[in-house]
Design a protein around this ligand. Sequence first.
Ligand code: AP5
Ligand code: MG
Length: 224
Amino acid sequence: MHLILLGAPGSGKGTQAELLAKRLGYTHLATGDLFREAVRGGSELGRLAQSYMERGALVPDEVTIGLVRERLERANPTAQIVFDGYPRKWVQARALDELLASRGEKIDAVILLNVSTPILVERLSGRWVCRAQGHNYHLAFHPPRVAGVCDVDGAELYQRDDDRPEVVQRRIAVFLREIVPLIAYYGAQGVLHEIDGAQEIEAVHRQILSVGGIPKAGSPPRPA
Ligand code: AP5
Ligand code: MG
């Protein structure tokens, strides 16, 4: 079973994908995390990605689709994947369907997390992220046990450059533009589920499990 989490910056895609990975063994594939890893590594891809990310713009499709193709080729063939931050555009969605079809697979559920702009801004301004693996925290809504330190791996927490207010506004505007054709695309396939992403984290998780038809127990999917 493969899932997509759609939603604006700060809607909780990363938070919910982490829960699905931790509790149900899903492989978390987040293009934003892959780009940030490339930026830290100082590769050519990282320099290119940074020039778009720092402005809140989207990295070009051919680069992003190539990165996802390469990541899927490395994934365990039995892995069940939660896509976070990909696809973001209709052309990326179509490319993903083609990539999965070539493996005899498909997207089973697409979850759209609906959250209003004032809440998004509040969440992003209080977000702190684990430098090692991208685990997400919030000063008020999901604080780490020790300030500035990741609960999971003890790494330092930092604030993302693109969480500056002017870049957040740009990212939200890009999201609002691109989400319309994605809703039409997945709506026509009958796999789209919209849920209220403004609920507390555990309530959103429970709703994803119920609308996505995801088994809560039993045989968890094998990780990549
Ligand atoms: P990416 O890293 O994907 O950023 P994003 O989509 O803007 O989303 P965020 O990671 O900011 O938010 P989130 O929905 O994951 O929320 P989170 O769970 O952290 O992409 C970054 C950039 O990379 C893009 O701008 C682009 O340049 C490039 N890129 C990536 N993918 C691309 C693609 N496919 N094509 C082209 N370019 C691409 O939660 C936010 C905060 O809220 C946290 O502090 C969290 O603790 C808190 N929180 C979460 N849920 C709740 C809740 N229910 N209640 C209260 N607080 C909550
Ligand atoms: Mg994220």
